[in-house]
Ligand binder design. Structure first.
Ligand code: SF4
Ligand code: SF4
Length: 434
């Protein structure tokens, strides 16, 4: 694609990177065929190619965002399905991030939207506040008919219970072998550790049992991606830098073999820290190292650990497990077969879901901000899951777990809970009746 940035404009590092990306696009439109919003809404501007043109026009012509542009960019899920399809290697992720930053800097959203987005950007990354709001939500739920539609929809997505932790909170979880074979840091996530602490507990137990020491440094809660995707780049960068400093110090002082993420949305952002801070002289080297160290838990296990699966006895029931591949994992991190390989090793049957490349509609805060589109995507996802009649659904991202669990009675587990169970951990409580 031909671009027309001036020399002056190209002195800006973000313009320079975006120009390189734009030049790779050959307008073929293959990406439109796998874009969930383009398929659903049928408008060229609700597909990647149309959005690329909108972003190009704003950046090249120094145009402030307007209502129309914002509508189409906001409808993008950041699912990156378009990146898996693009034959020219267009990095749409970096382009939409730049576009969202430009929107945030040049467009004043309506008052209600500003309030909701600010509320989400403060509450979701803070586990204490999130828990508090969760409890308040439970109290006002019986009276929700008084509230505006948007708030009611948000309330319906809040969890009904906040399970207790069963592992004590510690900085270091020692390996269950005399000498540990590796030392990793675990990102415990912000929302995940409040609504599903069992996912981190299964991860720690499994790693410790296989001789791996797990550390959870104090001060790291959110990875920063929630604010990053809301276009609140300055807020997000503060979090990125704090996390990088803490992990990098730990890496220098005591050594780290990996930084483990079991929430694939967060892992994708961690793997991008190096790019995001590429021009920051104080942080670029550290950020690059942190990105290199980051691994999704299934990627790490598949590559580095010989798992001790329990021998199947005749009493062990075999399940039909549908694997839902989170967009951030399959498209964002290109980790697709690893989780399925691990589940297959448990002796259970793994079922692939048709149209598995399409998003379930969760996408960070998308199901809260674009609920109509999110509901349609969820409906399609559930239809495709129920068609193959699984007994269990497995996936690797808390957002997908929450979204899908809202629409089906089939129990849904994080992949790591299944692997933990089949390597000597407890059977997940949610499966008590099957
Ligand atoms: S598939 Fe790639 S090259 Fe083709 S229009 Fe989409 S982004 Fe551009
Ligand atoms: S990230 Fe997803 S929703 Fe956005 S343009 Fe690409 S395929 Fe479409």
């Amino acid at each position: 694609m031909e671009t027309n940035f001036s020399k002056e404009q190209l002195k800006d590092k973000d313009n320079k990177s975006s120009e390189k990306i734009l030049r790779k696009c050959v307008h073929c439109g293959f990406c439109n065929a796998t874009c969930p919003t383009q398929l659903l809404l049928g408008d060229e501007l609700d597909g990647p190619r149309g959005r690329i043109y909108l972003i190009k026009d704003m950046l090249e012509n120094k145009k402030p965002a307007n209502e129309k542009i914002v509508k189409h960019l906001d409808r993008c899920l950041s699912c990156y399905s378009c990146m898996s399809t693009c034959p020219s290697g267009v990095n749409y992720m970096h382009l939409i991030d730049h576009g969202r930053d430009h929107v945030e800097k040049t467009y004043k959203r309506p008052f209600n939207e500003r309030i909701i987005r600010t509320f989400l950007s403060i509450v979701l990354p803070n586990p204490t506040l999130f828990r508090l709001i969760g409890v308040l939500t439970l109290l006002i739920k019986p009276f929700q008919f008084f509230l505006p539609k948007k708030i009611k929809e948000m309330i319906s997505l809040m969890p009904l219970t906040f399970p207790n932790k069963t592992l004590p909170q510690m900085k270091v979880y020692k390996a269950q072998k005399k000498k540990s074979v590796a030392r990793v840091a675990l990102l415990t996530g912000c929302v995940q550790k409040v609504i599903s602490p069992q996912i981190n507990e299964a991860t720690i137990r499994l790693l410790n049992r296989h001789g791996i020491e797990v550390i959870i440094p104090k001060g790291i809660n959110c990875c920063g991606s929630l604010n990053h995707h809301l276009g609140k780049c300055d807020l997000a960068k503060k979090v990125f830098k704090k996390n990088i400093s803490i992990w990098y110090n730990e890496y220098l002082k005591n050594g780290l073999d990996a930084i483990i993420s079991n929430t694939s949305g967060c892992g994708t952002t961690l793997k991008d820290y190096g790019f995001i801070l590429r021009s920051d002289n104080d942080f670029k080297k550290k950020a690059k190292k942190i990105s290199e160290l980051t691994k999704d838990i299934t990627e790490y296990l598949d590559e580095n650990v010989k798992l001790n699966f329990i021998n199947k006895s005749e009493n062990v029931k075999e399940y039909r497990i549908a694997y839902h591949s989170p967009c951030s994992l399959q498209h964002g991190q290109k980790v697709y077969s690893e989780p399925m390989n691990l589940i297959k090793k448990t002796g259970n049957e793994v079922l692939e879901i048709s149209e598995g490349h399409l998003c379930c509609g969760s996408a960070g805060t998308y199901n809260l901000l674009q609920s109509e589109i999110a509901k349609k995507l969820l409906k399609n996802k559930i239809k495709n899951i129920e068609k193959i009649k699984p007994q269990i659904i497995s996936t690797g991202n808390i957002g997908c777990i929450t979204q899908i669990a809202n629409a089906t009675k089939i129990p849904i587990l994080h992949t790591i809970e299944i692997i933990d169970w089949y390597t000597g951990g407890p059977k997940p409580k949610i499966l008590k009746n099957i």
